[in-house]
Design a protein around this ligand. Structure first.
Ligand SMILES: Cc1cc2nc3c(=O)[nH]c(=O)nc-3n(C[C@H](O)[C@H](O)[C@H](O)COP(=O)(O)OP(=O)(O)OC[C@H]3O[C@@H](n4cnc5c(N)ncnc54)[C@H](O)[C@@H]3O)c2cc1C
Length: 393
């Protein structure tokens, strides 16, 4: 049986950060990955450019049953620490919007950087390796795997959540948590497109490809970003963000003109060109295809501004500012970027990520009940929690 100080299960974002940190402390580390290569989600993230952190990441950008849990790790390994590492490797990057940092070229540079950090401190990788059984006997963990038996003083579970099974996602981490007496909170797909009911699909699928700046709100939470119509439903950053707060049966309300009051705008347009059609005036603010569908039953839509009064202007404003839809559901784990819920953080030390009841057993990254907003927050959680465990495991 081969012996290590630390075995990390999962060569994703959190696992590699943890392994590199522990190995740099002189620990003998093995990373077990059931896929053929490391960091598969990193490679496809951010449209292939990896939104690797957010300069404004703070605890308020995370959902968890215990909102305080993330504070310690995020404050000890910050976005600036990760940016310093990226700078050290001379990986060019830029801020896209709202503090989101992306690679200029390819996400591959981030994976190569993490692999290099692991290798330079001597952490070993074991790919295409299935963990069949984990036992703890006295203070040692014994792992039975498809590549033979291993033992270690510490085991770090970094196997992620359930999103994108085709990239290797498995419920492995939840099963280990339960085996060692930890609670796993109900999981669901998040940062995920919402789907139409059949009758809405018929009506709106022709708008597929239309995108507009908007405020999407559900359950007293809102996000102001773009909303995109797709063949299946609604997507785009505003929808992905709100999907983490939306639950089945909730209406979704979209304000298609969040920065411009439509009634004021129509009154102003009337003063400037009274003979203009409502359709033409609104078409300067919003996509024409969308407006034609939205007001297909509205008898005033093709009328001139000076033929209408404040009551009709208000009706146009209400439709645009308070567009309501009842989504059928989400596209699920197949396309979700993350998983809400997971290992209950009540059973985990927020400083070290170690189980409070099993010495030497750690959980990091997405397997925990910690879910960030869209925009680099999820990777930052992986770096911060991986680093925190790597300091002590
Ligand atoms: C399409 C997409 C785009 C994204 N874009 C961004 C972005 O730009 N910015 C951002 O912050 N977040 C993004 N995310 C979210 C981000 O990828 C995750 O939050 C992050 O990867 C979680 O890191 P992790 O290490 O916990 O898990 P993962 O990165 O999922 O790594 C888990 C690893 O464990 C392995 N594994 C699973 N089960 C087993 C097992 N039984 N045995 C051995 N190995 C196992 C998996 O193969 C995988 O390599 C994106 C997600 C997706 C799906």
């Amino acid at each position: 049986m081969k012996k290590y100080d630390v075995i990390v299960i999962g060569a994703g974002a959190a696992g590699m950060m943890c392994a590199a940190t522990a190995a740099a402390r002189g620990r003998q580390v093995l990373i077990i990955e059931h896929g053929k290569r490391p960091g598969r989600k990193i490679l496809i993230s951010g449209g292939g450019r990896c939104n690797f952190t957010n300069m404004y990441a703070d605890p308020s950008c995370y959902l968890s049953q215990n909102p305080h849990f993330v504070k310690s790790a995020l404050s000890r390994y910050t976005p600036w620490d990760f940016i310093a590492l990226v700078n050290e490797y001379q990986i060019p990057y830029h801020e896209k919007t709202l503090g989101q940092l992306f690679c200029d070229d390819s996400a591959k540079a981030i994976v190569e950087m993490l692999v290099s950090e692991c290798q330079k401190s001597g952490a070993a990788f074991e790919y295409q390796c299935e963990v069949l059984n984990i036992n703890k006997i006295d203070s040692q963990f014994h792992l039975e795997t498809s590549h033979g038996d291993f033992s270690a003083n510490s085991v770090v579970i970094a196997s992620g959540g359930l999103s994108m099974p085709k990239l290797g996602a498995t419920p492995f981490g939840y099963q280990v948590a339960e085996q060692f007496g930890l609670e796993v909170l109900p999981t669901r797909a998040a940062l995920v497109p919402l789907t139409w009911h059949a009758e809405d699909k018929e009506r709106y699928q022709l708008l597929s490809g239309v995108s507009a700046y908007s405020t999407a709100s559900a359950n007293q939470t809102f996000f102001k970003e773009n909303t995109l119509f797709t063949h299946r439903g609604l997507s785009g950053p505003a929808i992905l963000q709100i999907s983490s707060f939306w639950t089945p049966g909730d209406p979704l309300i979209i304000n298609w003109s969040p920065d411009q009051d439509i009634k004021d705008y129509l009154e102003q347009s009337l003063a400037e060109s009274p003979n203009q059609q409502v359709k033409t005036a609104l078409g300067k603010l919003l996509p024409k295809r969308f407006l034609d569908e939205l007001f297909s039953q509205n008898q005033f839509y093709e009328q001139k501004l000076n033929a209408l009064g404040s009551k009709q202007y208000q009706a146009f404003a209400n439709t645009i500012h308070e567009w309501q839809i009842l989504p059928n559901g989400t596209e699920g784990y197949r396309t979700a970027e993350v998983t809400l819920g997971g290992v209950n953080t009540d059973g985990i030390s927020s400083k070290t990520m170690e189980s409070k009841t099993t010495d030497g057993l750690y959980f990091i990254g997405e397997v925990l009940d910690v879910t960030g907003w869209l925009g680099g927050y999820n990777f930052q959680w992986s770096w911060s929690s991986g680093w925190a465990a790597g300091q002590v495991c």
